[in-house]
Write a protein of this length. Structure first.
Length: 173
């Protein structure tokens, strides 16, 4: 069989075809050994183009969920209150870190999430039928920190997988 490469047409033996066409999915490692995940780069780029709207919508959703009066508030029947807080802020941490990675440090993002959780929890004292609880604030903060940490770790792993790890070798002296 023949295949086209940059240098022209190259003869490929049947053994090469069998070796390269295995049942294991390929990530097109090319000549550099780096994985081809361009689709993920394009997705993140498109999301970052609308980061202001996404961040505002996320903040508005948390605000509405935190400050709705108790008579209209909808709770899940499967999760306790603290788990709801942790899950909502975990998603917020992932969202903010994904959108702001490279522009703001993960520590700054985590501090902003914690401050927003504190402001929303304190504001519940003025909502009829609601009350502020330290346990809710702790659950929100832990969820936000977990989301930021998860996205940061996955971002580092993604960078190393696609662009190669820049590991310095010890010099031989």
């Amino acid at each position: 069989m023949f295949c086209r490469q940059r240098s022209g047409i190259v003869n490929r033996s049947a053994l090469d075809i069998i070796r390269n066409d295995s049942a294991v999915p390929s990530y097109d490692q090319g000549t550099t050994g780096k994985k081809n995940l361009r689709w993920l780069d394009r997705l993140v780029y498109k999301l970052r183009r609308h980061k202001g709207k996404i961040i505002l919508a996320n903040a508005a959703a948390l605000l509405a969920a935190s400050w709705l009066p108790a008579s209209i508030m909808v709770r899940t029947q499967t999760l306790p209150g603290q788990a709801e807080h942790a899950l909502a802020y975990f998603a917020t941490g992932i969202c903010l870190t994904l959108l702001l990675q490279g522009r703001r440090s993960p520590l700054f993002i985590a501090a902003c999430i914690s401050a927003y959780a504190a402001a929303l929890e304190a504001g519940q004292t003025f909502v009829p039928g609601r009350h502020a609880a330290l346990s809710d604030f702790v659950a929100s903060t832990v969820g936000g920190l977990g989301g930021v940490a998860t996205c940061t770790i996955l971002g580092i792993a993604y960078y190393r997988a696609t662009r190669g790890a820049c590991v310095r070798q010890p010099s031989e002296s």
